[in-house]
Design a protein around this ligand. Structure first.
Ligand SMILES: CC(C)(COP(=O)(O)OP(=O)(O)OC[C@H]1O[C@@H](n2cnc3c(N)ncnc32)[C@H](O)[C@@H]1OP(=O)(O)O)[C@@H](O)C(=O)NCCC(=O)NCCS
Length: 169
């Protein structure tokens, strides 16, 4: 099956919500809020990049990138996530295609790098490396990773968009 990766359109919003909810539901690390987080980010115009994977005219996956904030004021940092693929279609490299397309767009934008919280066993294949010393307060240090993309590597704590923590305020 051919997969097309493209930016989201308003017609995709309901499918993104549905896939994200069902993909995260069985995950022990899910807080059950990922689908609503994407909507909150979109409503705040904070979706820096949202790509969908389309197969036979249907959305089967989505990846979100938002702006991230370095404590030293350096620009060009982004965060990856949530990312989700239709449960029945997982492990067919759809997630990999979404992530690689997003990283390519970050490179085109001249990004300094990308951070995320996730399993290093998965994200290591895209070049993400653990950076526990630069993990923002409140995030799991063992899962915090950075993909450096610029000439200057990361040297300060890099925080996620405040909406990632709006449920804790
Ligand atoms: C994570 C996800 C987007 C990856 O998409 P995908 O299309 O299934 O991924 P790919 O086909 O590119 O890669 C599949 C591989 O990743 C592994 N993998 C997927 N999620 C993983 C995770 N959270 N931790 C470790 N490995 C993971 C699979 O076991 C598989 O391994 P293999 O290549 O050795 O067989 C998808 O599995 C998903 O929607 N999961 C539920 C939501 C979720 O956990 N999102 C990420 C939160 S950090």
């Amino acid at each position: 099956m051919t997969i097309a990766i493209r930016p989201e359109t308003p017609a995709d919003h309901a499918a993104i919500y549905d896939i994200t909810k069902r993909a995260f539901a069985p995950m022990p690390y899910s807080d059950g809020d990922e689908q609503d987080l994407i909507d909150r980010l979109r409503n705040a115009s904070a979706l820096a990049i949202s790509l969908v994977a389309e197969q036979d005219g249907a959305v089967v996956g989505q990846v979100t990138f938002t702006e991230a904030f370095a404590a030293d004021g350096s620009d060009g940092w982004y965060a990856l996530g949530p990312v989700a693929v239709e449960p029945e279609l997982q492990s067919r490299k759809i997630g990999a295609q979404l992530i690689e397309a997003g990283i390519a767009l970050l490179c085109e934008r001249g990004a300094a790098g990308c951070v995320l919280v996730g399993n290093p066993a998965y994200y290591g294949r895209f070049g993400f490396k653990p950076f526990p010393e630069l993990c923002p307060k409140g995030e799991p240090t063992e899962s915090f990773q950075i993909l450096p993309l610029g000439v200057a590597g990361p040297s300060a704590v890099i925080s996620f968009h405040p909406l990632f923590h709006s449920d804790q305020q």
